[in-house]
Write a protein that binds this ligand. Structure first.
Ligand code: IPE
Ligand code: IPE
Ligand code: MG
Length: 223
C-alpha cells in the first residue's frame, strides 16, 4: 500500500453539535489534519491526499466559502508549510488553483519546494469532472488528438502520483462527492462513522490492517 486518500467531511456538523458556528468546525478540522500529517510520518505509505474543498463547495454561501478559504490560508502558512519543511515532506496541490481568490492563490504558489520520500497532496477547489475537462484542454494544447489512457492519466492533476489504494470518507455518507473519479477505479473504500475533527490515528491503523487482508484483482484472475 502506497497511497491513502481522505475525504475530510463533517466539520460543520461537528461544530453545530457543540452549539458553535460552523467555522469553528473548520479550525478543528484543520487541527485534525495536522494530527493526521504527523501520523503520516510513521505510516508505511508514501502518499497522503486530503480533500479540503471541492469545486461544488463554491455553491455554499459566500461567507462560509470565505471562512473556509481563510482557515486554509492561515493553516498553510502557520502549520502545513513549516511541517513539510521540518519533516522533508513534499507538498503538492491539486484542483482548479487558478480560480482561487488571489490571496489564497499566492499562498499556494509560495509552496516551499521540499523534496522527500513522502508527499502530502491537498485538494483545494478540486472536482473530478473539472479535472477531466482541464486534462482535455491540456491534451488539446499539446496536440494530442486521440489520447490513450496513459495520456489521460498523465494530464490529470495527479500525474506521477500512485493511484490511491484506499479512500477513507469521514462524516457518515457513503459517496465520493467528485473526488478522484478516475484515480479511484480500483481503490478500496472505507467509510468511517465519525465526523472529521474526531480523527484518530487508530482509524488509519485499522484501515492499513484491514487492507492487508484484501485480495486485489484489478479485473484479472481471482486465482
Ligand atoms: C467538509 O466539511 C469540508 C469542507 C467542505 C470544507 P463540511 O463543511 O461539509 O461539514 P458538514 O458535512 O456540513 O458537517
Ligand atoms: C466533500 O464533502 C468535500 C470535502 C470534504 C472537501 P461535502 O460536504 O462537500 O460533500 P456532499 O456535498 O455532502 O456530497
Ligand atoms: Mg459535508
Amino acid at each position: 500500500m502506497k497511497h491513502i486518500a481522505v475525504i475530510m467531511d463533517g466539520n460543520g456538523r461537528w461544530a453545530v453539535k457543540r452549539g458553535r458556528e460552523r467555522s469553528v468546525g473548520y479550525r478543528f478540522g484543520a487541527r485534525a489534519l495536522m494530527r493526521l500529517a504527523e501520523d503520516f510520518l510513521s505510516f508505511p505509505i508514501s502518499t497522503l491526499t486530503v480533500y479540503a474543498f471541492s469545486t461544488e463547495n463554491n455553491k455554499r454561501d459566500s461567507k462560509e466559502v470565505s471562512n473556509i478559504f481563510s482557515v486554509i490560508a492561515s493553516f498553510l502558512l502557520s502549520e502545513v508549510f513549516p511541517f513539510c519543511q521540518k519533516n522533508g515532506v513534499a507538498l503538492r496541490f491539486i484542483g482548479n488553483l487558478d480560480a482561487l481568490p488571489d490571496d489564497l492563490k499566492q499562498i499556494v504558489e509560495s509552496n516551499p519546494a521540499v523534496s522527500g520520500e513522502k508527499t502530502l497532496v491537498i485538494a483545494i477547489n478540486y472536482g473530478g469532472s473539472d479535472e477531466i475537462l482541464r486534462a482535455y484542454e491540456k491534451m488539446k494544447e499539446k496536440g494530442i488528438v486521440r489520447p490513450t489512457e496513459k495520456d489521460l492519466y498523465d494530464n490529470l492533476d495527479t500525474a506521477g502520483l500512485p493511484m490511491p489504494d484506499a479512500v477513507l470518507r469521514y462524516g457518515g455518507y457513503k459517496r465520493l462527492s467528485n473526488f478522484l473519479p478516475l484515480q479511484t477505479i480500483y481503490s478500496e473504500l472505507f467509510f468511517i462513522d465519525k465526523l472529521w475533527p474526531d480523527y484518530d490515528r487508530s482509524d488509519i491503523e485499522k484501515v492499513i490492517s484491514d487492507f492487508s487482508d484484501i485480495k486485489r484483482n484489478f479485473g484479472g484472475n481471482n486465482a
